[in-house]
Design a protein around this ligand. Structure first.
Ligand code: PHE
Length: 456
């Protein structure tokens, strides 16, 4: 295996040290699954949101994942470089991806910081109650504060910087290998606990039985955007990661496994949080605090010792899942600066993190003292979030599928996804039809019907 270089595309580090599945699944599974999915399902009408979300994963997610894998591996270049090489008219898609990575990294570490702080709060025994007012109060005090959330955000960012600047160390490789199975096991234990709480059946009904009267363009766009966010699609992240892939790796099976795992984690997280929230009589539409309020209450029902132990494990796993996602976001920016702007890795990470830290401070402050400052009715945190999930990622996905379907050409696409005919892909024609017609059409329709609700 070649040794990773520290001055040029440190992306090789993934190829030589960490299984691609772990890197890609590590990028996909993160706060999007555990923090965002349950609360968005709660604020967007439950079942309708979940059904559209699943439809988007099936109709768009798998296929787009395969497109990004193919583009990255074919060019062995990160997003901007890949498009520059294949068709420079599409270079803007890569640039838009780097922009998306910046905006997401302008708020994601804030939430990563909250989960670090919750490890600490669980250890200190601050959360061992089931009452909504107390748990809600702890969360609100944290996020509207100044020193504390910024401190935890800074700590979270430093962890990311160390990893991305130094390369993917053996520690992270080991961590992601046991993190994913551990997360599954813990979520399943929690699903059992949650579903045996009184009235939990109501929660399942809320989550899976769609009430179509709640359908709107805004809900559809939120669900589609969440599918992009959760699968790390539409912004070049999977192109960047797959640029390290060897030519004999089976792209097709990877493109099934990664979205499959990601979706399973999201659904399990939803099945932990929504039934419990309803059982404890919490507000399911409470928004970003939902996980941080509901999960401690579940642990509180498990007794002081077991509850605390599971609580610590849970928040550690969330923080780890978040870190494996945010390093992939940071890598998109850093590899762009290295490849296109000739920066050294250290310099790229350094410059980027200063800007990101300032953005994160602004995002965090926008939930407290700066909440009066809004853009089209949204605070800074929400603006970063909505521009990416509502606009740049769906549009990125639209242009990627238009490129593959109309410009790259069927032959080239076929050779790449089937490793020049050596991998069987019986559904190739279906996939290509989806890329060319169905996916662009779905994205456009949902985007146009949903975008008027952006300000709301
Ligand atoms: N998919 C990650 C999550 O669910 C977030 C992410 C988005 C990571 C885009 C990389 C690129 O938390």
């Amino acid at each position: 295996m070649e040794q990773p270089s520290t001055t040029t595309g440190g992306r090789d580090q993934f190829r030589s040290r960490i299984g691609f599945i772990f890197a890609a699944a590590g990028s996909a599974v993160g706060l999007g699954n555990i923090w965002k999915f349950p609360y968005l399902a709660g604020t967007n009408g439950g079942g309708v949101f979940v059904v559209i979300y699943l439809a988007c994963v099936i109709l768009i997610g798998f296929s787009l994942m395969l497109m990004e894998f193919a583009l990255g591996r074919n060019t062995s270049l990160a997003a901007v470089g890949a498009f520059r090489k294949l068709d420079s008219r599409f270079k803007f898609v890569g640039v838009m991806g780097v922009f998306s990575a910046f905006l997401i990294m302008g708020f994601y570490p804030v939430v990563g910081g909250w989960s670090l702080s919750y490890i600490f709060k669980t250890i200190m025994g601050e959360l061992a109650v089931t009452d909504a007012a107390t748990l809600g109060g702890v969360f609100d005090t944290l996020i509207t504060g100044v020193f504390s959330p910024i401190f935890w955000t800074a700590l979270y960012l430093v962890i990311n910087i160390v990893i991305v600047a130094g390369g993917i160390g053996a520690g992270i490789e080991k961590a992601s290998k046991w993190m994913m199975p551990a997360l599954f096991v813990l979520l399943i234990i929690l699903v059992v606990r949650s579903l045996t709480l009184p009235n939990a059946g109501e929660g399942l009904k809320y989550m899976f039985a769609p009430d179509w009267s709640k359908l709107s363009g805004g809900v559809a766009l939120a669900a589609m955007g969440q599918a992009f966010f959760s699968l790390s699609l539409g912004m070049g992240c999977m192109i960047t990661y797959s640029s390290y892939l060897s030519k004999d790796e089976n792209l097709v099976s990877n493109a099934f496994i990664v979205p499959g795992m990601d979706t399973l984690v999201a659904i399990l997280a939803g099945m932990v949080i929504i039934p419990a929230a309803i059982s404890f009589n919490f507000e399911v539409g409470a928004g970003p605090g939902l996980v941080f309020v509901t999960v401690p209450a579940i642990f509180a029902t498990m007794g002081p010792v077991v509850g605390k132990l599971f609580g610590i494990i849970f928040f550690v796993l969330i923080a780890l899942a978040a870190i494996t996602s945010s390093i992939s976001l940071l890598e998109v920016i850093v590899s762009y600066l290295i490849d296109e702007k000739n920066m050294t890795r250290k310099k790229a990470v350094g410059a980027t993190s200063v800007i990101l830290f300032i953005m994160c401070i602004a995002a965090s402050m926008s939930l407290g003292d700066w909440s009066g400052f809004t853009i089209l009715g949204n605070g800074i945190f929400d603006t970063f979030d909505k521009i990416t999930t509502f606009i740049t990622m769906p549009l990125g996905g639209l242009f990627i599928s238009l490129f593959v379907g109309w410009f790259w050409g069927k032959e080239k696409a076929k050779n790449e996804v089937t490793n020049n005919g050596t991998v069987k892909f019986a559904l190739f024609d279906v996939w290509f039809f989806l890329c060319k017609w169905v996916i662009p059409a779905i994205i456009l329709v949902i985007f146009i019907t949903g975008i008027p609700s952006f300000p709301g």
